[in-house]
Each structure stands twice: as C-alpha cells, then as structure tokens.
Write a protein that binds this ligand. Sequence first.
Ligand code: SF4
Length: 296
Amino acid sequence: MAKHYGMCFGVRDALAEAETVASRRPATILGELVHNEVVRERLDKAGVREGQLEAEGAPTPDVIVTAHGASDRERKRWASIGYRVTDTTCPLVRKAHAALAGLVLEGYTPVVIGKRGHVEVRGLTGDFPGAFVVLDEGEVESMPYAERFGVVAQTTQPIERVEDLLDKIRRRHPASEVVFKDTVCQPTKARQKALESLCKEVDFVLVVGGHNSNNSRQLVEKARRSGCRSERVTRSGEIDIEWFSDARVVGVTAGTSTLEESVEEVVGHLESLGGRREELPRPDTAGAFSGKKLAV
Ligand code: SF4
C-alpha cells in the first residue's frame, strides 16, 4: 500500500456534513459531492438528491455546495432565492479562492492552472470571468500579454505539471511579472509523493478511485510516467486478473475521494485471488492510513 492514500479530510468532512443535513431534512447536492460512484450511492441512500450548481432551482429547500466549492456569485444566488445553503467547500479550496481574489485585488490578471470546465475551476473563475484557464502549452500560447499575471492551481493538479506550466507562462511572457500562489493541496501532494516511492517497489499500481475523479486519474498517469503499469478501478469487479500476470508485487493507492471500505474491498478481493498482504509500520504522519504491502 502507498504510505498515503485514500479519502482526504476535506472529502470526509463534506460527506459527514451532507449526511447530517440529509438526516434532518431532504436536501439537494449541487453537483457530485465528489467524483466517486460509491460515495454518490451512499449519499443517494441517505436521501440526498443531486441537482446542478448552475440550475434555476432545486427540488428541496435545502441545497448543499460540494467540497469542490462554488463562486461567491453562485452561493449568493442560491441564498437570495430563498434556499438554505449548506456549504461543504473544503478549506483548502477556500484557500485557493482567497489566493486568487487577493491577486486580483492587487491588480494581477488571474490565471488558473487546471482543467477547464471542472467544477472546482468553474468555482474559482466564476467571480473573475476574465481569468485564463490553462492546462497545456496551446492554452498558454493563446494567453495575450498582460503586465502582471497572478497564478493559482486547481488543488488536485500534480505540482510538477503546475511548475512546468508556470515555466511556460514565464517563457511566453518574459516581460510580464508572474506571481504564483501554490494552492495544490497537501493531501494531493502527499499521495503523489507516496506514489513515487511506491513505484520504486512494485511492478503494477492499482488505483482505487472514481472514473470521473481528477486526482485518481492523475495517480494513474503519474504511475505510468514512473514506468509502472497502472489501472484504475472503482470496485473489485472491474479488475482484470490478466493485468497482474507478470507482476510480482502490486502496489495499491487510492484517490482523495475514495472510501477506505472501497480500498479494503479491492484489497480483500486480491487476497481472495491468492495475494498476500504484509503489514508494514504505520507511517509517522498524521492523517495517513497504515502502510501495508500486498504481494501476489
Ligand atoms: S483533495 Fe485537497 S482540496 Fe480537495 S477536498 Fe481533499 S483536501 Fe480538499
């Protein structure tokens, strides 16, 4: 097992808050709380309906803003038309909002390194419609000149990609002042870093995470860049045993929206196929799950 994997505090707290609201009265969540099918099913069972953040209305008087956050404009719009708004935005997403707002206040042209259309990025740019969103060289090339750029990142982007794009922005506009506020969140960095170490010890990395989860996809991509074969599954039923045909050691990690019970279900399945899990010492870091090793 990677030394850091699985659900982060931001998602855990958002999930608990949404379930608490739903236990008192019917509620509509404005989008997917997180991009994880198992979590969505759990919320559905708890009576939480799904609506859309940009929609005109919701079927319940209570609405919940997801961990990915929303623009102030959207949050205020829901409150102004009479909905009770529960805001489960992760504090680290709020920090990214504050960083971007601060840069705009200081006169910088806002730039977000992140995936265009992703709900967190829509929330970040919602109050600053002139913000640039970049995730590849082409998008950087299309940025017109500005005297001063203020840059933040989507919280779940790999830091090396962010630094690479920052470098490209600086080379594209050498005469501009470019200020960067590092808003990639610590749990994302910890999981990416732990994956680097894991890849040195294993032949194959299995990522447990939702199919729409950005950070789970990033884990797969990073494992592959590190020379490991890698696949992502939400549940054990998606595993193809052929993946491990020539793997001696399989590494397991999980995205920040993945429940521990999903990881256990997948690892339990590997054990039932003959895998052997070895317990390793628990890492000396708050918030990490215990490190374990699974050999097949
Ligand atoms: S991935 Fe990071 S920003 Fe997103 S909910 Fe988790 S801790 Fe918060």
